[in-house]
Design a protein around this ligand. Structure first.
Ligand code: SAM
Ligand code: SF4
Length: 469
């Protein structure tokens, strides 16, 4: 297994093919695309964002240069999402822009979930595409790129039958302070509405030693926050002989010198065990935020969704988290309008949201997806009714967040500063509990630092404050 490490954009650019060491990195001595440029657009979740960081690193290490516009690129890649119909449509609207422009000498590739879902059909719909590669085949990308560089017009990576994870020698990270790190790929759950098990393949975890080695390298490079990623991150199963539990891995990552914050997402309720809460309680570097998607408040719907827990079982997990000695904020995902969801079921979702009082929520209208059992279920809910339920839920949640945030006025939080506004003395960042805090400070160089901020006012989605020390 290769060791992953991070490298800055400048260092990668400097490592051109004139560099004799380039051969040692696996880069070809005289690539056809030497001096080539690439444009990479990403749709979808954080895992896609992070996959793109790895793909960009790989391309930079092969001598490509990243450009900001597709028109300036010789290689255009779209890393796609197919979780909902709308996300998948975006790809085809992008590809449509190249219809009739085959003679312009560009290579176009489709990566990610739509690539896996549509496979070679993409070549039929958009014959000007040359590469179609799903995320479970990213390990083969160097080989696929070599085939493209050799002039091959149709190159595919569509296997999902793998026990390997995508680890690269070079990752081009977009954020200089927070690093994403995938510890488990794929998904073995079988939620009736979801394409992920089909598009991302079976669950496979990365060895704890390799994760920790990468975290140490990240800390040496100056990253102070790491976010461990997985579709079901807490289903992590260390394949090495150490057999670290997920909570032990969290503790070990937090103990790496230089690391100040550890986040993780997304957690599956079934595998959310008390030792994870104990780890958050006992190690302040583990952020006090859990994203625990519930999807519905009605046991009947949860069963039809094959979510593997009931309303009551989920609420027990919530009680365990709310009972922690350190307050932990909880966010969730909810789908409204799943086939057969009655008004009573929907009311149960509203009452669950009231009971939990989530600090944040992503809510969606159910979208039928190919290759999922829910697609053939009867009793679809009309689109207008789905929209109505979504609006009602979002309004209720907005009120819950406004009320919850109001109780924070006067309190002080540590903020990792990640943004500077164009307005004088205005900064922004996240608290450990993952709230956005916009604040004023007379200091000049705060980006990437940790500061104490007192909350002076709030809105439903963010807090406002003043730098206090
Ligand atoms: N693995 C995570 C989990 O177990 O909840 C979620 C991964 S998925 C990328 C993110 C969210 O998209 C899900 O939690 C769900 O709310 C939503 N989602 C997935 N499939 C959907 C569909 N067919 N229609 C609407 N929303 C969907
Ligand atoms: Fe999709 Fe369910 Fe797996 Fe989450 S746990 S990725 S919702 S199948």
């Amino acid at each position: 297994m290769t060791q992953a490490f991070d490298i800055s954009l400048d260092a990668l650019r400097a490592r051109s093919f004139a560099d004799p060491d380039a051969a040692a990195t696996g880069a070809p001595a005289t690539p056809r695309h030497s001096g080539g440029t690439f444009f990479l657009e990403t749709f979808g979740c954080q895992m896609n964002e992070h996959d793109s960081e790895k793909v960009a690193g790989l391309l930079l290490s092969r001598g490509y240069r990243q450009v900001e516009s597709p028109d300036a690129a010789s290689l255009i890649l779209y890393n796609t999402c197919s979780i909902r119909e709308k996300a998948a449509q975006k790809l085809f609207s992008r590809l449509g822009e190249y219809r009739g422009r085959e003679g312009e000498g560009r290579t176009i590739g489709v990566l990610g979930c739509v690539a896996q879902q549509e496979g070679e059909q993409i070549f039929q719909r958009a014959p000007w595409v040359s590469l179609v590669c799903g995320s479970a085949s990213y390990r083969k990308l160097p080989e696929l790129l070599s085939q493209l560089e050799a002039g091959n017009q149709r190159v595919t990576g569509l296997d999902t039958d793998t026990d390997e994870t995508f680890e690269t020698e070079v990752t081009r990270r977009d954020n200089p302070w927070r690093a994403y790190l995938t510890i488990i790929e794929g998904c073995d759950k079988a939620c009736a509405y979801c394409v992920v098990p089909f598009t991302r393949g079976p669950e496979r975890s990365r060895a704890s030693g390799s994760v920790l080695e990468e975290v140490r390298q990240l800390a040496e490079l100056g990253y102070s926050e790491v976010q461990l990623l997985g579709q079901t991150v807490n289903s992590y199963a260390d394949p090495s002989s150490r057999q670290m539990r997920f909570s032990e891995l969290l503790m070990a990552v937090a103990e790496v010198p230089g690391i100040r914050r550890v986040r993780f997402t997304t957690s599956h309720p079934r595998d959310f065990t008390p030792d994870i809460v104990l780890a958050i309680e006992s190690q302040p570097k583990i952020c006090n935020h859990v994203h625990l998607p519930v999807q519905s408040g009605a046991t009947r719907v949860l069963k039809a969704m094959q979510r593997t827990y009931s309303r009551e079982g989920y609420l027990e997990k919530i009680a365990m988290i709310r009972g922690a000695r350190r307050p932990i904020s909880i966010t969730t995902d909810i789908i409204v309008g799943f086939p057969g969801e009655t008004e009573d079921d929907f009311q149960q979702t509203l009452s669950l949201a009231e009971a939990v009082r989530y600090e944040g929520m992503f809510s969606f209208k159910y979208s039928p997806r190919p290759n999922t059992p829910a697609r053939s279920m009867n009793d679809p809910i009309p689109e207008e009714e789905k929209s109505r339920r979504l609006a009602v839920l979002q309004e209720r949640q907005r009120q819950i967040q406004t009320d919850g945030n109001s109780s924070l006025v006067g309190m002080a939080f540590e903020v990792m500063v990640s943004g500077k506004s164009r307005r004088e003395n205005q900064w922004s960042g996240h608290t450990s509990c993952h709230r956005v805090l916009n604040f004023t400070s007379q200091e000049r160089a705060l980006l990437g630092t940790y500061v104490q901020v007192s909350v002076t006012s709030v809105g439903p989605n963010s807090l406002v404050g003043e730098h206090s020390s």
